[in-house]
Ligand binder design. Structure first.
Ligand code: SF4
Length: 330
């Protein structure tokens, strides 16, 4: 069980997930931990440096420590902060090594690393289907002695409008998926949906994503066959959050931007294929999932060994219907 803090000088540490989407799915659990501590000890969160700029938006008021590549490099830092308990959400060996200098170390059960933790618990499962990742983080804390919690998101932060944002309402489109090509919908389908949405709602479409998404954005721009702004690779993670916060609609895959849109309560549609919405679906109720269920889904593969039918059988009409339905519920 997570030890009760014995003095305010102590620090508890939550090691956050490494991916933006998973980090957002862990926010309810982090808030539960914060409320359980109730100021009896300090709480710090740690994660990759790439996500540090978003921490003030996602977890306001908590100190975020960027972890270096070498997992043992944090030992002196944990000692200086008097970290007495650490709970890790990632289930990797590397993260178990990161928190090794802390006297109480807990996380999910995983064979190779169990000996490095002082306490481990299996991920929650259900005979009736998937347990949502957000509930798995909450479940881990509950299994370690905290009260149960719900996956409610905090109220969305108010973010300034990007200076380059158009005066017209904008449609933010994220055609990339860092996870792998199995998750990416056809560029021509994206272009068809953008065309119809622009015609119906007079939005200004903007292609967005990180540097790794430039190729996907370029492919959609070519299929669109009209001028379209492409900001892929030209915005920081923080800028992206500001753009999403001011987008009138977000069209994306099961990806970090989908979770960011849900966190910021923006309406949108997220395309799912090889992955499972019951497992990693968006929190809240502003983002609708569009999916053409096929018998091999979910496979969770990065590259499809078949014919990508989970993507190719999802038509632009189905996605448009999902968009219109989402907008009718605004
Ligand atoms: S195996 Fe099936 S679910 Fe997996 S990527 Fe291919 S078509 Fe999609």
């Amino acid at each position: 069980m997570i030890p009760q803090p014995s003095s305010r000088d102590q620090t508890h540490l939550l090691r956050l997930p490494n991916w933006l989407g998973d980090l957002i799915l862990s926010v309810p659990a982090v808030r539960l931990y914060q409320s359980w501590l109730n100021g009896r000890a300090s709480l710090v969160v740690a994660g990759p440096a790439s996500l540090a700029p978003l921490a003030p938006i996602l977890l306001p008021g908590l100190e975020y420590v960027s972890v270096p590549r070498w997992p043992m490099a944090m030992a002196a830092d944990w000692k200086k902060r008097n970290v007495s308990a650490a709970v890790a959400f990632p289930n990797s060996l590397r993260v178990a090594l990161e928190i090794l200098p802390v006297s109480y170390r807990a996380g999910f059960t995983r064979n190779l690393r169990n000996g490095l933790l002082t306490e481990h618990r299996p991920r929650r499962t259900s005979p009736y289907g998937f347990v949502h990742v957000s509930d798995q983080y909450l479940g881990l804390l509950e299994d370690l002695g905290l009260p149960g919690g719900s996956r409610d998101l905090p109220p969305p932060p108010s973010l300034p409008k990007p200076s380059q944002a158009p005066a017209n309402p904008c449609l933010a489109v994220f055609p990339g998926a860092a996870y792998g090509p199995a998750k990416r919908w056809d560029p021509a389908c994206f272009a068809a949906v953008i065309r119809d949405l622009v015609k119906e709602y007079s939005w200004e479409p903007i292609l967005m994503g990180g540097p790794g998404d430039a190729e996907s954005c370029q492919a959609v721009a070519e299929a669109y066959r009209s001028p379209i702004r492409d900001l892929s690779g030209k915005t920081s993670a923080l800028d992206l959050a500001h753009w999403i916060a001011h987008a009138h609609f977000v069209l994306c895959h099961d990806s970090g931007p989908m979770h960011l849109a849900a966190f910021l309560r923006r309406p949108g549609v997220a395309i799912f294929g090889s992955t499972e919405p019951a497992w990693t679906g968006p929190l809240g109720n502003t983002v609708t999932v569009a999916r053409h269920k096929v018998s091999c889904s979910p496979c969770f593969l990065k590259v499809c060994p078949l014919d990508r039918r989970c993507m190719t059988r999802l038509s632009p009409e189905e996605v448009l219907t999902a968009c219109r339905h989402r907008l009718s519920q605004k």
